[in-house]
Structures are given as C-alpha cells and as structure tokens.
Design a protein around this ligand. Structure first.
Ligand code: ADP
Length: 212
C-alpha cells in the first residue's frame, strides 16, 4: 500500500505549522518538548510529501492545501469499493454467440467468466474478433475455450486503493479488472466476482476529482 500515514507527532507538527507559520524547527521542537535532532526525520518526511515547505532563514510553512496534494490524498483515500461498477459475468460453457450478444446488450468491452460462480477467466472484444477472423463457428465454441484464464487474470480487491487498481490497469495493459473476494474451499483459493473496475471508472473518478 502506498497510503501516506503520518505518525501522531507528524500530525501534531502539521497542526503547529498551520497555526504558527512561518515557524523554525527550533520553535517546533520547543513546543513539542523534544530536541531538534528528534524532529529532523519527521520534518524530512513532511517536506518530501509536500505537506510543509522549508524556507531557508524563514522556517516552515504549511503547503498541504495545494490542489495537487488534495487530489493526491483523495486518490490514496478512495477505495476500489467506492468506484467499482457491476461486473458482466457468464459461465464458461456459454457459447461465443451468446457471449457476444451479452457484450452488446450490456455495453461492455470485457466479460468475466466463471465456473460454479468462481472466476476462471476473462474475454475481451479483441479475443472475440480474433476468434471470428479465424473462422470459428460462434454457435459451437464456448467462451471457456478462448478466454484468458486463471491464474493469469489481473484482479483487484474492494479495499485496494483506486491508485493501486489504476497502476495494475496500466502495468498489465488491460481495460478492466474484476473486483474479487477470496474464499477458501477445501484449502484451495477461489475468487468471487463482486464488481469491476475499468478505464471508464478511472476516467469518471478523474472527472469527479477535477470538478471538486
Ligand atoms: P481489448 O484488447 O480487447 O481492447 P484488453 O486490452 O482488456 O481488451 O484485453 C487484452 C487481452 O487481455 C485479452 O486477450 C483479454 O482476454 C485479456 N484480459 C482482459 N482483462 C484481463 C485481466 N483483468 N487480466 C488478465 N487478462 C485480461
């Protein structure tokens, strides 16, 4: 996780600087009744994360309210469960014709495939196009035969951050991630699809943050 979690002392320092800026490290140390050396690592973290601005001969100023920091904080705070949408899922024996009809009816680019309600794969627009160009009879072949299958499916979890999910989408060059919950059956891991996060969800989040 990349969430910036400040320590209690760092939070106190932020409050002190907010109320007393500009303020020197010596003055902060006096208020907190610690030495300047003790504060040095905290001040380094706070300036590196953009919460404080260190000005030579002036002291520390609060800069955490900059719009860029607020957006960054939001992206770290917002969870996949906050932005996920309904997944479109078919069972693996569904034939390609029915799966393609589902793709159109549900207006999605990727369908997740399950067996006994657990995730086994994903099929995307290009998978269908590739198969049809190869002359496959769409009424005879099940999606299970052409899908990208587990364990190669890149997944996300409800409590991951939106940023972590976006990084997976970029790193693995896919349009959509299934949001899953892990369950153990006879000691084996299975995944229930409880949502999806796609490039569209990310764009929507981007627009919402921009409008705030
Ligand atoms: P398309 O290329 O059809 O626009 P994608 O870029 O999402 O859509 O899919 C590229 C390939 O990755 C396809 O072969 C698809 O089966 C596979 N794929 C789609 N989603 C995932 C995922 N979440 N994890 C792993 N593979 C995926």
């Amino acid at each position: 996780m990349r969430i910036i979690e400040f320590t209690e002392r760092q939070k106190k320092i932020i409050e002190i600087v907010k109320e007393n800026e500009p303020i020197t490290s010596e003055q902060i140390a006096n208020l907190l009744k610690v030495t300047r050396a003790t504060l040095r690592p905290d001040l380094a973290v706070l300036t590196m994360t953009g919460m404080l601005d260190a000005r030579p001969k002036v002291g520390y100023l609060y800069s955490g309210n900059k719009p860029i920091n607020l957006i960054s904080e939001e992206i770290h705070r917002i969870k996949v469960s906050d932005i996920k949408s309904m997944p479109i899922v078919v069972e693996e024996q569904t034939n390609l014709y029915d799966a393609i009809v589902t793709l159109f009816l549900e207006d999605v680019g990727t369908i997740f495939v399950t067996a006994n309600n657990y995730l086994v794969g994903a099929v995307s627009r290009k998978d269908f196009l590739r198969t049809i160009m190869g002359g496959t009879d769409v009424n005879k072949v099940p999606v299970g035969l052409i899908m990208t299958r587990m364990p190669n499916i890149v997944m996300t979890y409800p409590d991951e951050t939106a940023l972590e999910a976006a990084i997976k989408i970029i790193d693995h060059q896919v349009d959509s991630l299934p949001v899953v919950e892990k369950t153990l059956v006879d000691g084996r891991e299975f995944f229930k699809v409880v949502g999806k996060v796609s490039k569209t969800n990310m764009t929507r989040l981007f627009v919402e943050l921009g409008k705030q």
